[in-house]
Design a protein around this ligand. Structure first.
Ligand code: PRP
Ligand code: URA
Length: 209
């Protein structure tokens, strides 16, 4: 059964406050999303398996540890998920990056897929799907379903802010997927925005409002 983890590290919570603030401009917003994504990646890769290797230090031979051949893939949901990619890559620089393009129809709130490009071995990778916002859950559910249809079996979902409705929707359709959040907010409003949330993540990241 998939679990929901709210990463309550003080650095994450502090930076999230500035991400939420209306007066935070595009440059700072983008930098903070990148930083929080990096901190979250650090937390969620805790369970990566290690294996021993024999090395020579300048002083002696030693047994040390490296990550045990686990292949990671980062999957941003376009557009806003792009803002979280570099932060994860800073800690996992050899990860491959696949892209799912989805936009939410403002009337129906239903997601529409317009792009899908993955590394060809997603069935062998641990995939981290990244998107700042988990609102109704429609976009994340579609992205995860598309990945599973192409053979992915090991998927984590990492979002900055979620509404309870989105978490429930993902848990119901994809009970095998662990969800990692910086915050679980109160609710969705009548326009499908997360309350209190941060507004439109894509517009704030790319300055399109
Ligand atoms: C936002 C956000 C998620 C989606 C969440 O993207 O980045 O992908 O909405 O909403 P949901 O959980 O109700 O599906 P949006 O569709 O606004 O596209 P954008 O990233 O291109 O701005
Ligand atoms: N997408 C956003 O960018 N923000 C929300 O609050 C909900 C969906």
């Amino acid at each position: 059964m998939g679990n929901v983890y709210v990463l309550d590290h003080p650095l994450i919570q502090h930076k999230l406050t500035y991400i939420r603030k209306e007066e935070t401009g595009t440059k700072e917003f983008r930098e903070l999303v990148d930083e929080v994504a990096g901190l979250m990646a650090y937390e969620i890769t805790r369970d990566l398996p290690l294996e021993p290797v024999e090395i020579d230090t300048p002083v002696t031979k030693a047994t040390s540890h490296v990550i045990a051949g686990k292949k990671i893939g980062i999957v941003p949901i376009l557009r806003a998920g792009l803002g979280m990619v570099e932060g994860v890559l800073r800690h996992v620089p050899t990860a491959k990056v696949g892209h799912v393009g989805l936009y939410r129809d403002p009337e129906t709130l239903k997601p529409h897929e317009y792009y899908f490009k993955m590394p060809n071995d997603i069935n062998e990778r641990e995939l981290i799907v990244v998107d700042p916002m988990l609102a109704t859950g429609g976009s994340a559910n579609d992205a995860i379903s598309s990945l599973k249809k192409r053979g992915a079996t090991n998927i984590k979902l990492m979002c900055l802010i979620a509404a309870p409705e989105g978490v429930e929707a993902v848990k119901e359709l994809h009970p095998d997927v662990d969800i990692y959040l910086a915050a679980l907010d109160e609710k969705l409003n009548e326009k499908g925005y997360i309350v209190p949330g941060l507004g439109d993540a894509g517009d704030r990241l790319f300055g399109t409002k």
